[in-house]
Design a protein around this ligand. Structure first.
Ligand code: DAH
Length: 380
């Protein structure tokens, strides 16, 4: 099939303006399908005749031959662009036949471009993955998450339980004086805990608290009853570290002051606490004891949560585990803070936080908490 020869445009073609403003006229060839003559403005001096089958196959070749998105775009501009022959011819179409012919060429070229574009994008991705020295299927770098220390977790668990009972959490000072640590708690001068061989003194009067009980005094000195509070914190004693002793450890103190408080309230509070902490089957028992600041004083035990009281090495086959000291607040303590013991009554208790962690997780040595060995600590 031979394209029609180019020839001069007829001077009678209409329209003012620049040569680009002249619409190209396209008329379908009556005799040879696929051949179409384009009339161009007279300023350009000639009209073009395009063989649309050749146009299409050249276009398809250019599209198939473009290796990059840029080359493909150049081919698209050339064969389908606004100023390309096809667009110009389409603009001048007057009859149905040429319209169908040109639109057919256009849609096939568009389809070829879409197909090639998809292939190019795929090839580009493949070369990108092949070029890069990383393997996109490898797992990412692990983001190491920190965690709260086991003792902090337990301390917060205890706080949550008591907050749930409407108690407040109070934080006292670790450096205190003999009044708050001993005298106000009616600990007499002969008590062994006052000895400098047991307690860290800064001066005759200032020391590192040996228990959280001075927080009872601070709480009461700072307000009027009722008081429902716990006070967790660090305490210090002059002990040589071993598996069960440490010069510093954590305690949690509790103080309740209100009208008509009895030891039954103490037992109820402790029972609820241990059931929350160790499971709903737990029971509590109280044994008589002595503390300077409570009268009567007790020590309280909880049923063994490891063997369910069947007997195991942790509860020494007794079914019970010792948890702490408690009692009914001594009226003398109330007098020391200016409360009237005829009006107010209260209970207090104190227990060790490390002990809870050791029992719960079967940790054999107190020092594991402070060695900061991540192999141990990251287990919790
Ligand atoms: N402070 C005591 C100790 O460190 C524990 C204690 C006993 C606290 C009886 C109390 C209590 O509040 O009422 O051994």
């Amino acid at each position: 099939m031979v394209p029609w020869p180019r020839r001069a445009a007829p001077s009678s073609l209409p329209g003012p303006g620049s040569p680009e403003a002249w619409a190209r006229r396209a008329t379908a060839s009556q005799t040879e399908p696929g051949l179409l003559r384009l009339d161009v403005p007279p300023e350009q001096g000639e009209s073009a005749t395009v063989n649309w089958q050749d146009y299409e196959s050249e276009g398809v070749q250019a599209i198939a031959g473009s290796a990059t998105a840029e080359e493909l775009d150049a081919a698209r501009v050339q064969y389908l662009g606004r100023k390309g022959d096809l667009a110009q011819a389409l603009r001048g179409v007057r009859d149905r036949e040429s319209g169908m012919l040109l639109n057919g060429v256009r849609s096939r070229l568009e389809a070829a471009i879409a197909e090639r574009r998809e292939a190019i994008e795929r090839e580009e991705l493949e070369t990108l993955y092949a070029d890069r020295s990383f393997d996109v299927t490898l797992p990412g770098e692990e983001f190491r998450r920190g965690r709260l220390h086991l003792l902090t977790q337990i301390k917060r668990e205890i706080e949550d339980i008591f907050l749930g009972m409407g108690y407040e959490v109070y934080e006292g000072d670790e450096v205190t004086d003999t009044w708050h640590n001993f005298d106000a708690l009616t600990t007499d001068h002969g008590h062994p805990s006052r000895s400098p061989s047991d307690t860290f003194y800064f001066s005759d009067d200032v020391l590192l608290r040996t228990h959280t009980s001075p927080d009872q005094i601070r709480l009461m000195e700072s307000r009027q009853p009722p008081i429902y509070a716990i006070s967790p914190g660090r305490v210090y004693r002059r002990d040589t570290p071993d598996a069960t002793h440490s010069p510093t450890f954590l305690q949690v103190e509790s103080l309740v002051v209100d009208r008509g408080i009895t030891l039954a309230d103490l037992k109820g509070a402790v029972l609820h606490f241990f059931r929350q902490l160790f499971g709903p089957q737990r029971e509590v028992r109280m044994r008589t004891s002595y503390f300077p600041f409570t009268e009567p004083s007790v020590e309280f035990d909880v049923t063994c949560f490891l063997c369910n009281s069947e007997g195991c090495p942790v509860c020494k086959y007794s079914g019970w585990i010792e948890m702490g000291g408690a009692g009914w607040v001594d009226p003398e303590v109330f007098r020391n803070v200016g409360y009237d013991p005829e009006v107010w009554a209260g209970f207090a208790f104190g227990l060790g936080i490390e002990r809870i962690a050791m029992l719960r997780h079967g940790l054999p040595d107190l020092r594991l908490f402070w060695d900061n060995d991540l192999r141990v600590l990251s287990q919790f």
